[in-house]
Design a protein around this ligand. Structure first.
Ligand SMILES: [Fe+2]
Length: 311
């Protein structure tokens, strides 16, 4: 039974709602779906919100929301949380939160997680926003308690491991089958790392990149290609909130024949384009070419036909 279907939304605290919505509309190209009090709901798709910016509750990531397949799936998770001894709260307020029903809890790594069903939909996705956004794809964060945390996401929430980098990082997919909708990093303390939006083409990645640089937004990582998924992306820094926003293209969907690999902790795993090139050996080729010319001239000199030609 499918439990988690996809990354749903992030609740992010902002000190100033105007500043937050300006950053996320100008540089991440999200549209304002709605404002309720001092909370702004922003999206790049038909889903009502990918981000929920909340003023007056401190700055930075507050909660990570994943969508579940159905109310039945939510009930299954409810039972599993109880069995695992994890306390949770339940709610849902379609008027104020634009989500029908949710369960919230703290995961073994210390993050506030929401599983929900029934988010309001928009009639149409934002159009003509300069960067064609396709999907709110994945979230990545560092957390302590590595063994318990990675086991929790697989056994209780039903994520499947797509790849590992030893005990440093795990990539997990949900029912949407994209290579990862969750990345867990093995860290000393909880720290949200980034979220990723899949865009339509490399042109969209580059338009987002250049729009950021033009107006002074720093890149955390410039254009790279990750080994685990093979996707190409750039990372913009949201320095005010303390995490990054990734724009990527070419993130594959897997089927259940995929066997999780264990990749090395190396620069090339992070960016395959960092692999050292093979020895070029141009100097040696030049030497042998010179020798070849010398050999050719000896042959020519001993060839009567060439002597005839020289006359
Ligand atoms: Fe990523």
């Amino acid at each position: 039974m499918d439990i988690v279907t996809r990354l749903g939304y992030l609740a992010v605290g902002v000190d100033n709602l105007e500043e937050g919505t300006e950053f996320y509309s100008r540089f991440v190209r999200l549209d304002l779906s709605e404002q309720v009090g001092r909370t702004a709901f922003m999206t790049g798709g038909t889903e009502h919100h990918w981000l929920r910016l909340e003023e007056g509750n401190g700055q930075g990531l507050k909660r990570i929301g994943y969508e579940v397949a159905s109310e039945d799936a939510l009930d299954v998770v409810r039972g599993r949380l109880q069995a695992a001894g994890i306390t949770f709260t339940e709610g849902g307020d379609i008027k104020r939160e634009r989500v029908h029903r949710w369960i919230r809890f703290i995961d073994p790594g210390g993050f506030s997680i929401e599983l929900y069903v029934g988010m309001v939909e928009r009639g149409v996705a934002p159009i003509n926003n300069g960067v064609t956004l396709e999907k709110f794809l994945h979230a990545a964060w560092a957390a302590p308690n590595w063994e318990a945390n990675t086991a929790f996401y697989q056994k209780v929430l039903g994520f499947k491991a797509s790849d590992w980098i030893g005990d440093r990082a795990g990539f997990f997919r949900s029912a949407d089958r994209y290579h990862h909708s969750l990345v867990l990093l093995n860290g000393q303390r909880p720290a949200f790392n980034h979220f990723c939006i899949q865009v339509e083409s490399l042109d969209d990645v580059m338009r987002a990149r250049n729009n950021a640089l033009r107006w002074g937004v720093h890149l955390r990582d410039d254009l790279l290609r990750h080994a685990p998924s093979g996707s190409i992306g750039v990372y913009l820094k949201d320095e005010t909130r303390g995490f990054a926003v990734e724009f990527c293209v070419g993130h594959p969907q897997l089927d259940d024949t995929h066997q999780a690999r264990n990749l090395p902790m190396s620069p090339e795993t992070r960016d395959v384009w960092l692999a050292e090139l093979p020895d070029h050996r141009v100097a040696e080729r030049l030497t042998s070419a010179r020798e070849a010319v010398e050999v050719q001239s000896i042959i020519s000199a001993s060839d009567p036909a060439s002597l005839v030609q020289q006359r």
